[in-house]
Design a protein around this ligand. Structure first.
Ligand code: TGC
Ligand code: FAD
Length: 387
């Protein structure tokens, strides 16, 4: 596997073990069928508990069954999952960074005990409802409302493009609490089997096909008082979850690019044209050289992020830089890898075009490339250019 500047040497035994466990799981349990799932538009849901057993959901959290592994180990895990398919990494990063993280960071003791072990084990599936039909890049414009009533809250509104929603047991729903002054955004744990909650599936995707995506429709959905996340109010609640997930994506994208590189390199050495392997042509070698260089630079950024996160110095804007750069890099390199496979490259027999198509989603979700440009622009100039 590509590791051009020898990053492996700095890994601890535990980090290597976590990476190798994920790599082996992917090779044995997922890779053989992933193209079929992609074509069918399905996620291998039978693997959800096994991924829990292996510790793939938020192992970087502490307590409630989570082992508190290093941020680098967590990143390596995301890298291995996305080397298989972005949909696999999405499943784990939504469950961990977008559902377990907010419960861990902002939940009550009872909420933590009720949900964290079950989510960590893959006995329950969660989803994160922020985006709405009319509010994607600007979630603070959300229209979903919560009102207090005698027993708790009544929720109304619609979330869309929600990973895992149709298979979720619980949704972390962000809504404006209209009965409080200023209508602050609050997080609510909404069990999906409650009256007034629907989670319709979105079927017509051409990207991220091996991932279940849907909506959350709330029509006078009643939830008890104890289901509000008590420790956070305002947009920093959902936005701080995004920082966790974007961190995983910055690592995951490197995995997708690495798989494209390895597939192209192998193909180039095996495929003959004009009397020998196409890897002997300078044009092809330049493509491999550029691909290896870009992947290595993205790897270095991800490793640096892990160190900053470990010591508590990571800023959200630094995560934006890595998400923006690494996903764009992977998207560009997947396309180059696809072209290096010629006609065979457009089939599901090879991974690059599947990665390329998935990366269109990854480029868009968790803050589009443009939005991360603006986050960096604001950080660099002090002038916000969102509106
Ligand atoms: P703004 O006024 O800038 O900030 C409000 C408060 O939040 C704090 N904050 C953050 N905290 C942690 N991490 C971040 N990334 C943060 N960004 C902001 C900020 O300090 C402030 O705190 P306080 O204490 O002063 O109140 O917020 P804004 O509403 O103006 O937002 C600006 C903007 C455009 C950057 C933000 O809305 C944004 O990031 N938009 C992009 C939307 C997005 O990324 N949506 C993702 C939906 S989830 C998803 O896509 C999951 S896909 C998962 C998968 O399948 O893998
Ligand atoms: P828009 O915000 O309408 O943007 C359209 C275009 O306009 C983009 O190119 C954008 O960059 C550009 N644009 C917007 N504003 C500006 C600006 N100020 N300056 C310059 N350009 C701008 N959301 C969740 O809450 N939970 C999930 O689990 C989840 N999973 C997803 C899974 C998939 C498969 C997909 C596709 C999306 C998912 N999302 C999820 C939603 C995702 O986060 C949004 O699609 C994303 O934030 C962009 O919002 P939008 O699609 O409404 O695009």
């Amino acid at each position: 596997m590509l590791d051009y500047v020898g990053l492996e040497a700095d890994l601890s035994a535990e980090e290597k073990l976590i990476r190798d466990t994920a790599r082996e799981f992917v090779a044995e349990e997922v890779a053989p069928d992933i193209a079929d799932h992609y074509e069918a538009g399905t996620f291998p849901t039978e693997l959800v508990p096994e991924m829990g057993d292996l510790g793939f959901y938020a192992p970087n959290l502490e307590g409630y069954g989570s082992p508190n592994v290093s941020e680098r180990a967590y990143g390596l895990l995301m890298q291995e999952l996305e080397a298989c398919d972005s949909g696999l990494r999405s499943m784990a990063s939504v469950q961990g960074a977008l559902v377990m993280y907010p419960i861990h960071a902002f939940g009550s003791e009872a909420q933590k005990e009720a949900w964290l072990p079950a989510l960590g084990q893959g006995e329950a599936v969660g989803c994160f409802g922020l985006t709405e039909p009319a509010h994607g890049s600007n979630p603070s414009g959300m229209e979903t409302r919560a009102e207090r009533d005698a027993d708790g809250f009544v929720l109304n509104g619609e979330k869309t493009w929600i990973t895992n929603a149709p298979i979720a047991d619980v949704a972390v729903v962000w809504a404006k609490l209209t009965s409080e002054e200023g209508s602050p955004v609050r997080g609510f744990l909404v069990e999906t089997d409650r009256d007034g909650v629907e989670t319709p599936k979105i079927d017509d995707k051409l990207s991220m096909r091996a991932s279940v995506t849907g909506g959350i429709v709330l029509d006078d959905a009643r939830i008890p008082e104890e289901n509000v996340l008590p420790e956070v109010s305002g947009m920093k609640g959902p936005l701080s979850c995004l920082t966790q997930a974007r961190y995983g994506i910055a690592w995951g994208a490197v995995g997708a690019a690495r798989d494209c590189f390895e597939t192209a390199r192998e193909y180039q050495t095996e495929r003959d044209q004009f009397g020998g392997p196409i890897a002997r042509f300078q044009i092809q070698q330049e493509k491999l050289a550029e691909m290896a260089t870009q992947i290595t630079l993205a790897q270095l950024l991800a490793y640096r992020l892990a160190d900053l996160k470990e010591r508590g110095d990571l800023r959200p804007q630094q995560v934006s830089m890595a998400k923006r750069n690494n996903v764009r890099m992977a998207r560009d390199q997947a396309r180059v890898a696809r072209e290096m496979l010629g006609g065979n490259g457009i089939t599901t027999d090879y991974s690059p075009m599947r990665h390329m198509s998935n990366l269109e989603t990854v480029y868009t979700y968790e803050g589009t490339h443009d939005i991360h440009s603006l986050i960096l622009g604001e950080d660099l100039t002090g002038i916000a250019a969102f509106e």
